[in-house]
Design a protein around this ligand. Structure first.
Ligand code: NAP
Length: 316
């Protein structure tokens, strides 16, 4: 997958040090903000810690985006990124570490000044926080079936979680792996019934319900997991464990300029503004009713439009 460019794209036509809008995060919300801002001829800097695309990269198929019947998450991210790239976006693959009240963003490589800032940091995959979980990342433990699934052809894997992501991951992996255990902590799935039904029909999928993954074992790579099921410990020999237990935000480093709820989501009175003038929020990182691709792009377009309008008001 070539979504993690890992290299800076500089827009040579934009001289000077001050950006109109600095967008933190290149997921669907941030990229849509960039699309709107660049089409309005604003000078934009995008900062992205890892890869463009955000969580949509984990979606095998997106089939609820109006106007597009079916598309893979990776294809959606690439198309949106190329749309923004063609408009001449400047993107730096640097994590934003701090935002000052006078709108300076500090990364691990430098400090950038903006007239406005859009925080579109999305949410990160939740971890089980087990011993050795970190060590086994890339050695059996994965948070992205679309990215890593093909490495497990004809192997035995487990998926942990009961939401749509876990169910979709299990369906996808059942087409690649020899055997898939779907481990969920309750007796009912949170995800859609139709996915659960599809999985029931898969001969190589076993449900392990009312169960929690408790330990990971292996020498140089994952070989075995322990599951606590209804008070009893069971061992499962697996080559891979796909953890799909939801997401959580990571906004604490900006708490001097934004308010957060107890779970770390950004509080906004209207889904756009934060407590600091000219610093806006877009996407899954905020308190909201629905976190979907449609709502992320909606947030992104709104944040850019409001930022542009409020910059214009400042000029008048
Ligand atoms: P989610 O809906 O929040 O589900 C997370 C699952 O992980 C839940 O089943 C939860 O169990 C379980 N879980 C949470 N913490 C856990 C822990 N510490 N240990 C074990 N299990 C744990 O997350 P998601 O599946 O990533 O989906 C996120 C959003 O994206 C949802 O709105 C979803 O509908 C959407 N989505 C949509 C599609 C699609 O439309 N095709 C595809 C993927 C995702 P409990 O159920 O017991 O709480």
């Amino acid at each position: 997958m070539d979504v993690n460019l890992g290299k800076t794209i500089k827009n040579s036509s934009n001289g000077g040090n001050m950006y109109d809008i600095i967008i933190i995060g290149a997921g669907p919300a941030g990229l849509t903000s960039a699309l709107y801002a660049l089409r309005a001829k604003k000078k934009v800097l995008m900062l992205e810690a890892t890869a463009y695309g955000g969580q949509i990269l984990n979606a095998h198929r997106v089939e609820n985006y109006p106007g597009i019947e079916s598309i893979s998450g990776v294809e959606f991210a690439k198309t949106l990124f190329h749309q923004v790239e063609k408009l001449g976006v400047e993107i730096r693959f640097e994590p934003a570490l701090h935002i000052s009240e006078d709108k300076e963003v500090t990364t691990n490589k430098g400090t950038y000044k903006g007239r406005s800032i859009i925080i579109a940091t999305g949410a990160k995959n939740r971890k089980l926080n087990l011993d050795r979980e970190q060590d086994f990342i890339g050695k059996g433990v994965s948070y992205c079936a679309t990215c890593d699934g093909p490495l497990f052809k004809d192997k035995v894997v487990a998926v942990n979680g009961g939401g749509n992501s876990a169910l979709e991951d299990a369906i996808y992996l059942s087409q690649i792996a020899k055997k898939v255990y779907l481990i969920h902590r309750r007796d009912r799935f949170r995800g859609e019934e139709k996915y659960a039904k599809e999985l029931e029909e898969c001969e190589n999928v076993s449900f392990v319900m009312n169960a929690e993954v408790k330990a990971l074992y292996g020498s140089s790579k994952l070989e075995k997991i322990t599951v606590l099921k209804e008070g009893k410990e069971e061992e499962l020999e697996v080559d891979g464990l796909f953890i799909a237990i939801g997401q959580e935000p990571k906004n604490e480093m900006f708490s001097n300029v934004i308010d957060l709820d107890e779970k770390g989501y950004i509080l906004s009175p209207d889904g756009v503004h934060t407590k600091t003038p000219m610093i806006y929020v877009a996407g899954d990182n905020q308190v909201k009713l629905l976190r979907q691709l449609t709502t992320a792009v909606s947030d992104g377009s709104l944040a850019a439009t409001v930022a542009i309008r409020e910059m214009k008001n400042q000029e008048e």
